[in-house]
Design a protein around this ligand. Sequence first.
Ligand SMILES: Cc1cc2nc3c(=O)[nH]c(=O)nc-3n(C[C@H](O)[C@H](O)[C@H](O)COP(=O)(O)OP(=O)(O)OC[C@H]3O[C@@H](n4cnc5c(N)ncnc54)[C@H](O)[C@@H]3O)c2cc1C
Length: 308
Amino acid sequence: MNAPSQTDLLIVGGGPAGVSAALTAASLGMRTTLVEAERIGSKLYAIGALDNLAGGWTNGPQLAEALTADMERLEATGACTVVLGRAVSVGADEQEAQVLLADGRDLRAAAVVVATGVSTMGIADVDWVDAPGLSPLAPLWRTMPKALQECGRIVVVGADRPLGTWLRAHPEADVSLHVLHPESDRYKTEEVADDPRVHLEETTHATVVPIPGGVRVAAQRADGRVHTFAADVVLMNAGSKPAGLAGLYSDTDGYCPADAQDRRIMIAGDLKSARMQRIAIAMGDGQRCALMPYYERALLPSREGTDS
Ligand SMILES: Cc1cc2nc3c(=O)[nH]c(=O)nc-3n(C[C@H](O)[C@H](O)[C@H](O)COP(=O)(O)OP(=O)(O)OC[C@H]3O[C@@H](n4cnc5c(N)ncnc54)[C@H](O)[C@@H]3O)c2cc1C
C-alpha cells in the first residue's frame, strides 16, 4: 500500500518533532502521512513536571493532549493522515522516499522526516550489570508511585536525569529507591543526593538475581567490597538509546546525524544526537524538516494549482 494519494511528506514518529513537522507542512499546503507506533506524544505522558518550555506548559500529558488535538484537526481538514504502525526501514532514490512498516505496508512520498526519538535502555544494554532471567524491566519514568505502594526497597539501575524529574513530579511518593550507578553517572546524582527517599550506591559491577518475592543484589564497590542485599522490585533508569530505522546512516553511537542522510531523508528531534534532547529543540527540528522540501522545490512533485 502506498501512502494516501498525493502525499508530499512522510513523517515517522508522532512526538513533538513529528507533530511540528506535520503542522508546518500543512501550513505550507503540503500533504503528509504520519506513522506512529504507539500514540501521539506517547513519551510526554510520563513527564510529570515541565519547567523549560515556553507557553506555560507544566507537565507532559497536558502537552501530549494538545499535540493529539493538533493531529485530529489536521486529519479533519485532510492535510494529514495518521497511520498506526511501526516503521522498520526507510530508503530513498532519485524519485521518492519509502518507509516500510513491520506489517508489510509500503509507504512512499517525495521525502521523509524520521522523528522516532530514543528508547529506554534495557538491562541487556548495560555492561556494568548482570541480571540473568530479569529482562524486560520497567523504566522508572513510566512507573506510577501507586504501583510501588506495597514495595519496600526498590532498586533503580542507573542515575540518569529522569530520576530527578520523577522525584519532583511525585513529591508525595513514599518510596525507598536504592540507586545503583557507575562512577560516570556521579555528576547526575547531585540533584537527588539530598532527597531522603534516595540511597545512592556507586558500583563498578552489580549482579541482580531473582529470588522468591523479589531480587538479590550484589554490588561491588570501587574498593573491592561487595554489598549484598534483597529488594522487592528493579526498575531501569540507565539512559536512552536511539530508536533508528534500518536504512539510516548512523554514527558509532547509533545516533543518526541529520546532515549525513540521503537528501530525501530528514532527521528531527532526539534521534539526531545524544545531546540537545529537549522538547523545544525537537519542535524546531520538525519545523525545519518541513520547510526544507518546501524551499528545495525539486524534492516535491509539481502539482497543478500549487503556488510557485
Ligand atoms: C522522563 C523524561 C523527562 C523529560 N523531561 C523533559 C523536560 O522537562 N523538558 C524537555 O524539554 N525535555 C524533556 N525530556 C526529553 C523530551 O521528552 C524529548 O526531547 C522529546 O520528547 C523529543 O521529541 P521527539 O519527537 O524527538 O521524540 P519522542 O518524543 O520520543 O517521539 C518519538 C515518537 O516516535 C514513535 N516511534 C518510535 N519508533 C517508531 C517506529 N519505528 N515507528 C513509528 N513510530 C515510532 C514513538 O512512539 C514516539 O511517539 C524528557 C524525557 C524523559 C524520558
